[in-house]
Design a protein around this ligand. Structure first.
Ligand SMILES: Cc1cc2nc3c(=O)[nH]c(=O)nc-3n(C[C@H](O)[C@H](O)[C@H](O)COP(=O)(O)OP(=O)(O)OC[C@H]3O[C@@H](n4cnc5c(N)ncnc54)[C@H](O)[C@@H]3O)c2cc1C
Length: 392
């Protein structure tokens, strides 16, 4: 590879939530990161860009620096999680967990807009990274227009199929759940009162997270994630929004009153795969977010893990700079790996295990239905993920 055309302090590849969160964390500590993404810059915050929502743990809220005012305007605090084993046709309150942990549900689209509004983004857009190499104390990334950009450290935030991870031959252990998730926003006539719902159904789940409502007609809003085996999801999720909502209502019951599709549903489909990597660093390279790990969304931990990745990597880079040392130094990047890899591998394994238990064996589902609240106490993965993890 010839000499780079441009040199930057830190390059971040990928402007999804992971890349934007990392960008903001670094910029707020005085770095000048540079972002690369194939999408046009104006498309990053488009209203239908991300149809998911996230329950942010208090730790994640703190790391993101979301103010009380912003949370009150855009977020909804979860007060209770109602869990159901899916044995009866509609939801029954079989287990309930009071979540006094202060988790906030935010729509990913609003979080993206917050990140765009509070950063001054420098980068190259409408360009994908197609290759990279280490040369002269820099990692140099090559864009599809042939332009080359070098930096002492490159951060791969380029998602599940990370080009940088594959090009570096970093082993990633993949697990295809053969499930697809439909996600989006839904209206309902009864107030959610801060309650989240999760129905574990044969072959999938139907979950609702409470959203702050801005509906002038007095409708209330939640975000849903409906997971079905991919073979079934294809036909089901291609139904018209109104027909789909009717099916959803039958599967869920009336705990939220009558469900209805918003005017412009903009719902999104996601095939579900988990993966974790042998290593999350390479020469002058650090992987964050879904480039480094992906997990089943049933415990809602993926983005929370990503936020911790970005915070840990920022601290490592700040410490190196304080000592006048190279941010891309191998030992420093290993510090980042030590801080994050075990944590994400543990949560990925836990969520996969939880999925397998609920999916493959009818017995725990029956137990779930039979033993009510006690089940939560006796079922450590759920307890750990819904309560203890929320405080981490
Ligand atoms: C259905 C579903 C529900 C979820 N629910 C939750 C939840 O409730 N709670 C939670 O904490 N987490 C949740 N997650 C996880 C969370 O959404 C992700 O962790 C989060 O969106 C971070 O994604 P990312 O930025 O790493 O990857 P992506 O969003 O995939 O972004 C990758 C970016 O890289 C860019 N890119 C790709 N290739 C290149 C290239 N070659 N060059 C340059 N740029 C490139 C892409 O354009 C994109 O902008 C869920 C995930 C799914 C699938």
């Amino acid at each position: 590879m010839s000499h780079p055309k441009t040199v930057q302090e830190i390059v971040i590849v990928g402007a999804g939530l992971a890349g934007l969160i990392q960008y903001r964390a670094l910029q707020s500590r005085g770095f000048k990161p540079f972002l690369i993404d194939p999408r046009p810059q104006h498309a990053l915050g488009l209203s239908n860009a991300d149809t998911r929502s996230t329950a942010l743990t208090p730790r994640a809220v703190g790391l993101l620096g979301l103010s009380d005012d912003w949370l009150r305007e855009h977020g909804q605090q979860i007060t209770e999680m109602v869990v159901d084993g899916g044995l009866s046709p509609a939801l029954r309150r079989e287990a309930s967990l009071n979540l006094d942990s202060g988790a906030w549900v935010v729509f990913n689209r609003d979080l993206t807009q917050f990140l765009l509004d509070t950063t001054d983004i420098q980068g190259r857009f409408e360009q994908a990274v197609v290759g990279s190499a280490v040369e002269g104390g820099q990692r140099i990334v090559r864009l599809n227009d042939g332009h080359q950009i070098g930096a002492r450290v490159v951060i791969a935030a380029d998602g599940k199929n990370s080009q940088l991870r594959r090009a570096e031959d970093i082993q990633s252990h993949q697990r295809d759940f053969h499930q697809t998730a439909l996600t989006g926003r839904i209206k309902h006539t009864a107030p959610h009162q801060g309650r989240a719902f999760q129905r574990f159904l044969p072959g999938g789940t139907l979950a609702f997270l409470p959203l702050r409502s801005d509906d002038k007609d007095g409708n209330h809003a939640s975000s849903f994630i409906w997971v079905e085996p991919t073979s079934k999801a294809k036909g089901l999720f291609s139904l018209s929004p109104d027909t789909l909502v009717e099916r959803m209502q039958v599967r869920f019951g009336d705990a939220l009153g009558t469900l209805s599709a918003p005017q412009d549903p903009a719902w999104g489909q996601f095939p579900l795969r988990a993966h974790h990597c042998e290593t999350i660093v390479g020469e002058r390279l650090a992987l964050i977010g879904e480039a480094a790990h992906a997990m089943h969304p049933l415990a809602g931990q993926g983005l929370n893990m990503t936020i911790k990745d970005a915070a840990a990597l920022t601290e490592v880079l700040v410490a190196q700079r304080r000592l006048g040392l190279d941010g891309g130094d191998g030992q420093a990047l290993l510090d980042y790996q030590r801080e994050r890899r075990a944590d994400t591998a543990r949560i990925t394994a836990l969520t996969t295990g939880l999925h397998d238990v609920l999916d493959r064996s009818p017995a725990p589902v029956r137990a779930l239905a039979a033993s009510g609240l006690e089940m939560i106490e006796r079922f450590p993965p759920i307890k750990a993920l819904l309560r203890r993890e929320a405080d981490r």
